[in-house]
Design a protein around this ligand. Structure first.
Ligand code: NAP
Length: 252
């Protein structure tokens, strides 16, 4: 028997990377998972199929987090198919490189649209649905340690994740009375397409590892395990928290 049997989850940006790790970790515990990305490619279909092989039900829904209408219909589609929504994981994200003096207005807007406005839209419709259901709910936002400490060369990204960190705390207060917990996970360096350029560069790889006391990079399942923990019924007293999963990076 899984720890999340009967629960229904949406994970945005879950056709690959950390989102896929979260979707699989939730499914292993018996959760039915809606896989999402804004492209309907082979990865998207494969992830939902992989989840089904674990014995959990799964569908793929194409939706762009920067479009409010898409986030509304993502929640509606989920409820139509599975009957309810218990867990919303806001994972979709991009990393726009640039220091403050090199970023353009377009760079800034693109970064904020996906990483911050997208979290707002998805949270809005998830909370509306959870309030309507009148039971408990879980919002889990994938922020970053870049939302807690500075990282050179990615000022818009840091600002977007700092926004997610603080948005998490505020929405937790608004939702506490409805038994909806709102938490964030702040990953350190995790091996995905987003970081492969840095990890494959010998010098950067060495420096990143030197800053990670446990001596290894994280894997998507490390974040999946943290998401399962926050999704449990037993975690109902944890809200407004930013859970750092970084191999000790920010403990130094
Ligand atoms: P990734 O491998 O690049 O995957 C990003 C995912 O987000 C993909 O599924 C992508 O879908 C989806 N996505 C991007 N824009 C979207 C949009 N507008 N609407 C819907 N989906 C969209 O990145 P990752 O490393 O797994 O990162 C996942 C999250 O973790 C991000 O929020 C990131 O900031 C955060 N994070 C990552 C690390 C790390 O070290 N990797 C560390 C801290 C935080 P497509 O495949 O369709 O493009």
């Amino acid at each position: 028997m899984g720890k999340l049997d009967g629960k229904i989850a949406i994970v945005t940006g879950s056709n690959r990377g950390i989102g896929k790790g979260i979707a699989i970790a939730l499914a292993r515990e018996g959760c039915k998972v809606v896989v999402n990305s804004y492209k309907e490619d082979e990865d998207a279909k494969k992830t939902a199929e992989e989840i089904k092989k674990l014995g959990a039900d799964s569908i793929f829904v194409k939706a762009d987090v920067i479009r409010e209408v898409d986030m509304k219909s993502l929640v509606e589609h989920t409820v139509k198919h599975f009957g309810r929504l218990d867990i919303m994981v806001n994972n979709a994200g991009i990393l726009v490189q640039g220091t403050v003096d090199t970023l353009t207005e377009q760079d800034w807007d693109k970064q904020m649209d996906v990483n911050l406005k997208g979290v707002f839209f998805a949270t809005k419709y998830a909370v509306m649905q959870m309030k309507k259901q009148g039971t408990s709910g879980r919002i889990i936002n994938i922020s970053s340690i870049a939302g807690l400490v500075g990282f050179p060369g990615i000022s818009a990204y840091c600002a977007s994740k700092g926004g997610v960190t603080e948005f998490t705390r505020e929405v937790a207060l608004d939702c506490a009375q409805y038994k909806i917990t709102v938490n964030a996970i702040n990953p350190g360096v995790i091996v995905t397409d987003m970081t492969k350029g840095m990890i494959n560069d010998e010098e950067t790889r060495k420096s990143l590892l030197e800053n990670t006391p446990v001596g290894r990079f994280g894997q998507p399942e490390d974040i999946g395990n943290a998401a399962v923990f926050l999704a449990l019924d037993e975690s109902s007293f944890i809200t407004g928290h930013n859970l750092v999963v970084d191999g000790g990076w920010t403990a130094r």
